[in-house]
Design a protein around this ligand. Structure first.
Ligand SMILES: [Zn+2]
Length: 200
């Protein structure tokens, strides 16, 4: 995935007040939702903007860039349809995410996010948040709590302790996915699989 590579997308463009630097998860969580890569439609828009910029700077390869864009768009749209089918049966099952980063994906597929532990990955969840999440879990309103591989789930373990809720993992940084053709679609499929597996 391009996000973690040396060709990384610099989310500091969204810097309004401060920049979060937690490993590779480096972007401001203030202002507009910066997690553009977590929304397939937003990713297509981003690819359009990137293609225009490439064509402008390198007009000799216009046809290649545009062919790549068409292929990418078609593949992502196909993945959206497949994920809609996969996620529809679990779309009303409530869950919590570790950090507030999945809004575009959730909106695309109509998922039932009940809340997040923290807005920013490296900010500790507050006691009030933890108590309110625990109360929701005890009332059996949630099927799943999603952790992230970059963070220790000890806070999650203590909140779900004694409840029936499952723990899933969402990896917003696509750590296990190789860069290259098809990598983005693979990332979407992995996210979809994580949601579907835990929410079932
Ligand atoms: Zn984030």
């Amino acid at each position: 995935m391009a996000i973690t590579s040396s060709h990384s997308v610099d989310f500091r463009h969204y810097d309004h007040d401060k920049v979060i630097d937690h490993g590779d998860h480096k972007h401001s969580h203030d202002g507009i939702d910066p997690h553009l890569w977590l929304g397939p439609k937003q990713a297509i828009q981003t690819a359009n903007v990137i293609t225009s910029a490439l064509v402008k700077h390198d007009p000799l390869h216009k046809n290649e860039y545009e062919a790549n864009l068409s292929r990418f768009t078609a593949e992502v749209e196909e993945a959206i349809l497949a994920l809609e089918n996969k996620l529809k049966p679990v779309a009303n099952h409530g869950y919590f995410v570790f950090h507030d980063g999945y809004g575009y994906f959730e909106e695309q597929f109509g998922l039932n996010n009940l809340g997040h532990f923290t807005v920013e990955p490296d900010r500790r969840p507050g006691a009030k948040t933890l108590i309110s999440i625990r109360r929701t879990l005890q009332d059996q309103q949630a099927s799943c709590v999603f952790s992230e591989p970059q963070f220790s789930p000890s806070v999650i373990n203590s909140v779900i302790n004694g409840t029936e809720v499952k723990i899933g993992t969402l990896d917003p940084m696509a750590t296990n996915i190789a860069e290259g053709k098809g990598g983005y679609v693979q990332f979407l499929e992995e996210l979809g699989e994580s949601f579907s597996k835990c929410l079932k």
